[in-house]
Design a protein around this ligand. Structure first.
Ligand SMILES: [Zn+2]
Ligand SMILES: [Zn+2]
Length: 332
């Protein structure tokens, strides 16, 4: 089981959020068939999004989405998580696996790219407007990029450690820690914290030698850390998607009636693969025809994108710009 522990150190001046995500990252790499480097990048981003949910979110139904848009061959990573402990994510090119670095470590920075942005979105379900903010990547190694985002966009000083250790092509250990400096933190405590982080070295080396809780104590050595979670009852986290038969069918509504009939005629239905979790669903001809015969649909005159379908809440709003560039005009 993957899990999170939380702690407070230096008289409340430092928050510690730590995750062992070995099982969750192994699940993600299996679902997406990633090679080691792509799997490490995805695993770090998934773990980072789970930790960020504890820094940025308040309600159990809120979500945080981390998008890493680097100029490397991975072509982008996205991960989404919430305080309910669920996370999901994918990487554009899961087979990317550049040569390892001189120090024997996976070259995640080269795969992600050192130029680009990290974008973090907070969504407050079900009605709140999502809030997004992006900053430039620091190194493409993910942990530094998350710390850079917290510093520059949220004015939160932190140390972020993220790691995925592979044995051959299998996830052996994965985890992450965010050490968050509160505004009233004692500067001497932060200096000691920085030295502790340096002394620990690679997070996955520590997690292979000692437990997550012992690693948290190691990182806060001399800073009197108290565990806020029950040592025997950490907060469980897991890979979980929110796709459904209904959403798979809804996605088919974006195809024209002619295209939907062609799917039925040629394939006897439609296969829908969820890009978040890799699960395949079969949509039957009866289900496809339940979408109706296209009466009342409004599509873009230029690119045929579905703008509106009766019985469904407006998908595209009046005044928005269609993906082809044409301003959306819906009949009243
Ligand atoms: Zn899914
Ligand atoms: Zn259009």
């Amino acid at each position: 089981m993957s899990f999170i522990h939380r702690g407070l150190a230096a008289d409340g001046g430092i928050r510690v959020i730590a995750a062992d995500t070995t099982d969750l990252v192994a699940d993600a790499t299996r679902r997406h068939g990633t090679r080691a480097t792509a799997g490490a990048a995805l695993g770090r981003t998934l773990t980072g999004s789970l930790l960020l949910s504890h820094v940025l979110l308040k309600k159990p139904e809120d979500r945080v989405t981390v998008k890493i848009n680097g100029d490397g061959p991975l072509g982008g990573i996205i991960a989404e998580a919430g305080l309910d402990g669920s996370a999901r994510g994918y990487v554009a090119h899961p087979h990317v696996d550049p040569p390892i670095r001189d120090d024997g470590k996976l070259n995640v920075g080269a795969a992600v790219g050192t130029r680009g942005t990290i974008e973090v979105t907070r969504s407050h379900a079900p009605y709140g407007e999502p809030f997004s903010s992006a900053v430039d990547l620091m190194s493409g190694e993910v942990a530094e990029d998350v710390a850079g985002y917290l510093a520059r966009s949220e004015q939160i000083a932190s140390a972020v450690l993220l790691g995925v250790y592979f044995e051959a092509e299998t996830v052996h250990t994965a985890g992450g820690v965010i050490l968050q400096a509160m505004p009233d933190a004692d500067p001497a405590a932060l200096t000691l914290l920085e030295a502790n982080v340096k002394a620990l070295g690679a997070l996955t080396d520590s997690l292979r030698e000692r437990s997550l809780i012992d690693t948290m104590h190691e990182l806060t050595w001399g800073l009197d850390m108290h565990l806020m979670t029950d040592a025997d009852k950490p907060l469980p986290v897991r890979y979980a998607c929110r796709c459904s038969d209904e959403k798979a069918l809804e996605a088919l509504a974006y195809f024209s009636l002619e295209e939907r009939e062609a799917m039925i005629a040629q394939d006897g239905g439609a296969e829908a693969v969820c890009h978040w979790c890799g699960e395949t669903r079969w949509v039957t001809p009866e289900q496809i025809r339940s979408l109706g015969d296209g009466t009342g649909e409004v599509r873009c005159p230029d690119c045929q994108t579905l703008w509106y379908r009766p019985g469904v809440t407006t998908m595209v709003r009046d005044g928005e710009i269609c993906s082809c560039g044409r301003p959306v005009e819906l009949p009243n």
